[in-house]
Write a protein that binds this ligand. Structure first.
Ligand SMILES: Nc1ncnc2c1ncn2[C@@H]1O[C@H](COP(=O)(O)OP(=O)(O)O)[C@@H](O)[C@H]1O
Ligand SMILES: [Mg+2]
Length: 234
Protein backbone atom coordinates (compact mmCIF):
# COMPACT_ATOMS: atom_id res chain seq x y z
CA UNK A 1 0.00 0.00 0.00
CA UNK A 2 1.29 3.44 -0.88
CA UNK A 3 2.20 5.77 1.95
CA UNK A 4 1.72 8.85 -0.26
CA UNK A 5 -2.02 8.37 -0.15
CA UNK A 6 -2.32 10.43 2.99
CA UNK A 7 0.17 13.11 2.09
CA UNK A 8 -1.53 13.91 -1.23
CA UNK A 9 -4.21 16.58 -1.21
CA UNK A 10 -7.48 15.14 -2.46
CA UNK A 11 -8.27 16.21 -6.01
CA UNK A 12 -11.81 17.58 -5.99
CA UNK A 13 -11.83 18.27 -9.73
CA UNK A 14 -9.69 16.54 -12.35
CA UNK A 15 -10.36 17.26 -16.01
CA UNK A 16 -8.38 15.59 -18.79
CA UNK A 17 -8.63 16.24 -22.52
CA UNK A 18 -12.17 17.62 -22.31
CA UNK A 19 -13.90 18.32 -25.60
CA UNK A 20 -17.33 19.90 -26.04
CA UNK A 21 -18.92 20.93 -29.32
CA UNK A 22 -22.17 22.71 -30.10
CA UNK A 23 -23.07 21.82 -33.68
CA UNK A 24 -19.91 22.37 -35.70
CA UNK A 25 -18.45 24.76 -33.14
CA UNK A 26 -15.70 23.18 -31.02
CA UNK A 27 -16.00 25.17 -27.84
CA UNK A 28 -13.77 23.14 -25.47
CA UNK A 29 -10.77 21.52 -27.15
CA UNK A 30 -8.56 19.31 -25.02
CA UNK A 31 -9.06 21.24 -21.80
CA UNK A 32 -7.18 20.17 -18.66
CA UNK A 33 -7.85 21.31 -15.09
CA UNK A 34 -6.89 20.13 -11.61
CA UNK A 35 -8.28 21.69 -8.45
CA UNK A 36 -7.46 20.27 -5.03
CA UNK A 37 -9.87 20.28 -2.10
CA UNK A 38 -9.33 23.45 -0.10
CA UNK A 39 -8.04 25.50 -3.04
CA UNK A 40 -9.44 28.09 -5.42
CA UNK A 41 -9.17 28.88 -9.13
CA UNK A 42 -10.45 31.90 -11.06
CA UNK A 43 -11.41 31.45 -14.72
CA UNK A 44 -11.39 34.49 -17.00
CA UNK A 45 -11.85 34.86 -20.74
CA UNK A 46 -13.88 36.85 -23.25
CA UNK A 47 -17.64 36.58 -23.53
CA UNK A 48 -18.63 33.58 -25.58
CA UNK A 49 -15.35 31.72 -24.94
CA UNK A 50 -17.19 28.88 -23.20
CA UNK A 51 -16.79 29.61 -19.47
CA UNK A 52 -20.42 28.91 -18.60
CA UNK A 53 -20.34 25.83 -20.81
CA UNK A 54 -17.30 24.57 -18.89
CA UNK A 55 -19.09 25.03 -15.56
CA UNK A 56 -22.14 23.21 -16.97
CA UNK A 57 -19.89 20.26 -17.89
CA UNK A 58 -18.29 20.28 -14.42
CA UNK A 59 -21.68 20.33 -12.68
CA UNK A 60 -23.01 17.56 -14.93
CA UNK A 61 -25.74 19.74 -16.44
CA UNK A 62 -24.43 18.82 -19.89
CA UNK A 63 -22.47 15.78 -21.03
CA UNK A 64 -18.99 16.26 -22.48
CA UNK A 65 -18.33 15.22 -26.09
CA UNK A 66 -15.23 13.35 -24.89
CA UNK A 67 -12.62 13.38 -22.15
CA UNK A 68 -12.55 12.78 -18.41
CA UNK A 69 -14.21 14.87 -15.68
CA UNK A 70 -13.59 13.40 -12.25
CA UNK A 71 -15.47 15.08 -9.42
CA UNK A 72 -14.41 13.73 -6.02
CA UNK A 73 -12.84 10.80 -7.87
CA UNK A 74 -15.88 9.82 -9.99
CA UNK A 75 -15.80 10.32 -13.78
CA UNK A 76 -19.01 12.00 -14.89
CA UNK A 77 -17.99 13.01 -18.42
CA UNK A 78 -19.91 10.24 -20.11
CA UNK A 79 -22.37 9.42 -17.31
CA UNK A 80 -26.11 9.23 -18.03
CA UNK A 81 -28.34 12.24 -17.33
CA UNK A 82 -29.67 10.49 -14.21
CA UNK A 83 -26.21 9.70 -12.89
CA UNK A 84 -25.08 13.26 -13.53
CA UNK A 85 -28.11 14.67 -11.71
CA UNK A 86 -27.43 12.44 -8.69
CA UNK A 87 -23.77 13.47 -8.67
CA UNK A 88 -24.71 17.15 -8.93
CA UNK A 89 -26.91 16.99 -5.85
CA UNK A 90 -24.27 15.26 -3.75
CA UNK A 91 -21.01 16.81 -4.79
CA UNK A 92 -21.43 20.14 -6.60
CA UNK A 93 -22.87 23.46 -5.45
CA UNK A 94 -23.41 26.33 -7.91
CA UNK A 95 -23.77 30.09 -7.44
CA UNK A 96 -25.04 32.12 -10.41
CA UNK A 97 -24.75 35.80 -11.33
CA UNK A 98 -28.28 36.69 -10.28
CA UNK A 99 -28.64 34.16 -7.48
CA UNK A 100 -31.40 32.33 -9.39
CA UNK A 101 -33.42 31.87 -6.21
CA UNK A 102 -37.19 31.48 -5.95
CA UNK A 103 -38.43 34.92 -4.82
CA UNK A 104 -41.69 33.71 -3.23
CA UNK A 105 -39.91 31.29 -0.91
CA UNK A 106 -38.11 32.27 2.28
CA UNK A 107 -34.30 32.20 2.38
CA UNK A 108 -34.58 29.10 4.59
CA UNK A 109 -36.72 27.29 2.00
CA UNK A 110 -34.43 28.31 -0.85
CA UNK A 111 -31.34 27.07 0.97
CA UNK A 112 -32.99 23.75 1.88
CA UNK A 113 -34.51 23.19 -1.56
CA UNK A 114 -31.83 20.97 -3.17
CA UNK A 115 -32.19 18.42 -0.36
CA UNK A 116 -36.01 18.64 -0.40
CA UNK A 117 -36.09 18.11 -4.19
CA UNK A 118 -33.75 15.15 -3.84
CA UNK A 119 -36.18 13.55 -1.38
CA UNK A 120 -33.81 13.98 1.59
CA UNK A 121 -34.80 14.38 5.22
CA UNK A 122 -36.78 17.67 5.36
CA UNK A 123 -36.30 18.29 9.06
CA UNK A 124 -32.54 17.89 8.80
CA UNK A 125 -32.48 20.02 5.62
CA UNK A 126 -34.12 22.93 7.46
CA UNK A 127 -31.83 22.58 10.47
CA UNK A 128 -28.74 22.50 8.21
CA UNK A 129 -30.04 25.40 6.09
CA UNK A 130 -30.70 27.49 9.21
CA UNK A 131 -27.23 26.87 10.56
CA UNK A 132 -25.58 27.76 7.22
CA UNK A 133 -27.67 30.94 6.93
CA UNK A 134 -26.74 31.89 10.52
CA UNK A 135 -23.10 31.31 9.72
CA UNK A 136 -23.34 33.36 6.52
CA UNK A 137 -25.10 36.20 8.34
CA UNK A 138 -28.59 36.04 6.80
CA UNK A 139 -31.07 37.37 9.38
CA UNK A 140 -34.73 36.31 9.80
CA UNK A 141 -34.28 33.55 7.24
CA UNK A 142 -37.68 31.93 7.75
CA UNK A 143 -39.89 34.99 8.10
CA UNK A 144 -39.32 36.99 4.92
CA UNK A 145 -39.51 36.40 1.21
CA UNK A 146 -36.27 36.03 -0.71
CA UNK A 147 -37.55 38.54 -3.29
CA UNK A 148 -37.37 41.30 -0.68
CA UNK A 149 -33.63 40.81 -0.01
CA UNK A 150 -30.78 42.99 -1.30
CA UNK A 151 -28.46 41.62 -4.01
CA UNK A 152 -25.74 40.85 -1.47
CA UNK A 153 -28.15 39.01 0.84
CA UNK A 154 -29.49 37.01 -2.08
CA UNK A 155 -25.98 35.87 -2.97
CA UNK A 156 -25.47 34.75 0.65
CA UNK A 157 -28.62 32.66 0.37
CA UNK A 158 -27.34 31.30 -2.97
CA UNK A 159 -24.07 30.33 -1.25
CA UNK A 160 -26.01 28.58 1.55
CA UNK A 161 -28.01 26.67 -1.06
CA UNK A 162 -24.78 25.72 -2.85
CA UNK A 163 -23.34 24.36 0.43
CA UNK A 164 -26.38 22.47 1.71
CA UNK A 165 -25.25 19.16 0.16
CA UNK A 166 -21.70 19.60 1.60
CA UNK A 167 -20.25 19.62 -1.93
CA UNK A 168 -16.69 18.73 -2.91
CA UNK A 169 -16.69 21.68 -5.30
CA UNK A 170 -18.42 25.05 -5.44
CA UNK A 171 -18.80 26.62 -8.89
CA UNK A 172 -19.59 30.32 -9.17
CA UNK A 173 -20.50 31.92 -12.53
CA UNK A 174 -19.85 35.67 -12.36
CA UNK A 175 -21.16 35.74 -8.78
CA UNK A 176 -20.44 39.44 -8.28
CA UNK A 177 -21.38 40.53 -11.81
CA UNK A 178 -24.63 42.16 -10.76
CA UNK A 179 -23.42 43.68 -7.47
CA UNK A 180 -21.86 47.06 -6.65
CA UNK A 181 -18.19 46.93 -5.72
CA UNK A 182 -18.62 46.97 -1.96
CA UNK A 183 -21.26 44.25 -1.94
CA UNK A 184 -19.22 42.32 -4.50
CA UNK A 185 -16.22 42.41 -2.16
CA UNK A 186 -18.31 41.05 0.70
CA UNK A 187 -19.60 38.19 -1.45
CA UNK A 188 -16.04 37.53 -2.69
CA UNK A 189 -14.81 37.39 0.95
CA UNK A 190 -17.47 34.82 1.61
CA UNK A 191 -16.69 32.71 -1.47
CA UNK A 192 -12.90 32.72 -1.07
CA UNK A 193 -13.31 31.72 2.57
CA UNK A 194 -15.22 28.57 1.59
CA UNK A 195 -12.35 26.24 0.58
CA UNK A 196 -10.78 26.46 4.02
CA UNK A 197 -14.01 26.50 6.01
CA UNK A 198 -15.74 23.70 4.13
CA UNK A 199 -12.75 21.80 2.63
CA UNK A 200 -14.19 22.21 -0.85
CA UNK A 201 -12.64 23.33 -4.12
CA UNK A 202 -13.80 26.68 -5.51
CA UNK A 203 -13.94 27.65 -9.19
CA UNK A 204 -15.01 31.23 -9.86
CA UNK A 205 -15.70 32.59 -13.35
CA UNK A 206 -15.26 36.35 -13.28
CA UNK A 207 -14.57 39.36 -15.50
CA UNK A 208 -13.33 41.35 -12.51
CA UNK A 209 -9.50 41.26 -12.22
CA UNK A 210 -9.61 42.17 -8.51
CA UNK A 211 -11.88 39.24 -7.77
CA UNK A 212 -9.75 36.92 -9.95
CA UNK A 213 -6.58 38.00 -8.11
CA UNK A 214 -7.99 36.62 -4.86
CA UNK A 215 -7.91 33.06 -6.17
CA UNK A 216 -4.81 30.92 -5.67
CA UNK A 217 -4.54 30.59 -9.47
CA UNK A 218 -6.04 32.45 -12.40
CA UNK A 219 -6.59 30.62 -15.67
CA UNK A 220 -7.81 32.07 -18.93
CA UNK A 221 -10.12 30.17 -21.27
CA UNK A 222 -8.63 30.70 -24.73
CA UNK A 223 -9.17 28.60 -27.86
CA UNK A 224 -10.99 25.97 -25.86
CA UNK A 225 -8.26 25.44 -23.26
CA UNK A 226 -7.28 26.88 -19.91
CA UNK A 227 -3.92 28.59 -19.81
CA UNK A 228 -2.15 30.23 -16.87
CA UNK A 229 -2.96 33.93 -16.86
CA UNK A 230 0.40 35.71 -17.01
CA UNK A 231 -1.06 38.96 -15.69
CA UNK A 232 -2.98 37.32 -12.88
CA UNK A 233 0.07 36.09 -10.94
CA UNK A 234 1.23 38.05 -7.92
N1 LIG B 1 -27.28 25.62 -26.02
C1 LIG B 1 -26.57 26.33 -26.89
N2 LIG B 1 -26.85 26.29 -28.22
C2 LIG B 1 -26.10 26.99 -29.10
N3 LIG B 1 -25.08 27.78 -28.76
C3 LIG B 1 -24.75 27.87 -27.48
C4 LIG B 1 -25.48 27.16 -26.45
N4 LIG B 1 -24.91 27.44 -25.24
C5 LIG B 1 -23.89 28.28 -25.51
N5 LIG B 1 -23.80 28.54 -26.84
C6 LIG B 1 -22.78 29.38 -27.48
O1 LIG B 1 -21.52 28.89 -27.06
C7 LIG B 1 -20.63 29.97 -26.86
C8 LIG B 1 -20.07 29.93 -25.46
O2 LIG B 1 -21.09 30.26 -24.52
P1 LIG B 1 -20.82 30.42 -22.98
O3 LIG B 1 -20.28 29.14 -22.45
O4 LIG B 1 -22.08 30.91 -22.39
O5 LIG B 1 -19.66 31.52 -22.95
P2 LIG B 1 -19.19 32.49 -21.77
O6 LIG B 1 -19.82 32.02 -20.50
O7 LIG B 1 -17.70 32.39 -21.80
O8 LIG B 1 -19.63 33.86 -22.16
C9 LIG B 1 -21.38 31.24 -27.17
O9 LIG B 1 -21.07 31.61 -28.49
C10 LIG B 1 -22.84 30.82 -27.05
O10 LIG B 1 -23.63 31.60 -27.89
MG1 LIG C 1 -21.09 32.91 -19.13
Amino acid sequence: MSTDLHSRKTAAVEVEDLHYSIGSRRLLRGLTLDVAAGSSVAVTGPSGSGKTTLLCCLSGLIAASSGVIRIAGVDIAQASAGERAAMRLRTVGTVYQFGELLPELSPLENAALPVLLAGGNAKKAYVDAQSLLDELGVQDASSKKTGSLSGGERQRVAVARALIGRPSVVLADEPTGSLDQRTGDVVADLLFGLPERFECALIVVTHNPQIAARAERTLELTDGRLIADSEGGR
